[in-house]
Design a protein around this ligand. Structure first.
Ligand code: ADP
Length: 303
């Protein structure tokens, strides 16, 4: 029996180096990347919808067309006249990638401005996914509106999945980031943090500390990702380590965590055990990091 996954956040225009001074245009953003991999991995009787706000400019239109051709529902995406999407540029220097962002006035900052619309979208979903980046682009009142709706969904028994995705540059200071991420976690039933971020910003000494901290915030299920080492799950009674899938071809680790999340959630919704779902997430992520870019063709993914 199918259902509906709703991912909430910002998809941006991505400009990367195309050689000879040319820039290549793409589209990506953490919550959108997860929606992309969930769509690629879920059976057809599940719908995957993206929730954001776009402008009425041609790039917003192209982004919507891209989503539609990927099979991702755009019916909840509002468009605001005169606004544009956020944009980022990847520059390469000595093999190191640097990201520059133009996102301060992006339409996506209006995600929670129409609370009735937000509620209607969440009410129609079985699983709702959001991240610390979704929260980091919003004004304080908008964060309150979004989290109130997510707490409502959690109380109604829906799965509310949250990747803290700690990004200090989105926040006015570290303390505000950490307190808001905690509020985000409280609104979630499932949290999918990456250990290196959590250790850096929350000061966790071990993965067990990260798991305990999120359980302490009222999160039932925790999946801590740890790069090549794989993932550590504390799911109700189940505690399991799922190793990463070794690969000797690492081209671009962008989206390792996002693709893991999308693949993991897709298997979880298919009633697989959390451990089996994480093993599938690890298999998908190990393929994704072997290719350039955040979004790789579903044809390249294992089934
Ligand atoms: P994030 O991208 O959010 O920082 P991680 O780096 O922890 O997340 O990676 C997420 C998942 O991707 C890991 O749990 C693992 O399954 C897979 N992964 C990441 N790096 C590697 C790697 N070097 N080799 C194999 N798998 C990896």
């Amino acid at each position: 029996m199918g259902g509906r996954l709703l991912s909430i956040g910002e998809c941006m225009v991505e400009l990367s180096q195309g050689g000879e001074g040319l820039l290549r245009k793409g589209f990506a953003g953490d919550t959108f990347n997860t929606a992309w991999y969930a769509r690629a991995c879920l059976p057809a009787d599940w719908s995957v919808d993206y929730f954001t706000v776009l402008g009425d400019d041609p790039l917003s239109g192209e982004m919507l067309d891209m989503m539609t051709s990927a099979g991702i529902g755009t019916g909840f995406i509002r468009r605001i006249s005169g606004k544009t999407p956020g944009l980022y540029l990847i520059t390469l220097k000595n093999g190191e990638r640097t990201f520059s962002y133009w996102r301060d006035s992006a339409a996506a900052r209006k995600i929670a401005d129409d609370a009735d619309h937000l509620r209607a979208a969440i009410e129609q979903a079985d699983l709702i996914y959001f991240s610390g980046i979704t929260l980091g682009i919003l004004a304080p009142e908008a964060i309150d509106t979004l989290l109130a709706e997510l707490r409502r969904a959690k109380a109604a028994g829906k799965t509310v999945a949250f990747d803290p995705n700690l990004r200090p540059r989105l926040w006015i200071n570290n303390d505000v980031m950490l307190r808001t991420i905690e509020e985000g976690a409280r609104a979630a039933s499932l949290v999918l943090p990456s250990f290196d971020d959590e250790a850096t910003h929350f000061g966790d000494a071990t993965i067990t500390d990260t798991i305990a901290r999120y359980h302490g915030l009222g999160v039932r299920d925790v999946v801590v990702k740890n790069g090549a080492d794989g993932a550590y799950l504390s799911f109700g009674e189940v505690e399991v380590h799922v190793p990463g899938v070794a690969t000797d071809k690492i081209i671009d680790t962008t989206s390792a965590g996002d693709s893991f999340n999308g693949a993991f959630l897709s298997r979880l919704l298919g009633d697989n055990s959390p451990g089996d779902a994480a093993a599938f997430g690890a298999a998908i992520a190990s393929v994704v990091i072997g290719h350039h870019g955040a979004l790789i063709s579903p044809d390249l993914l294992p089934r």
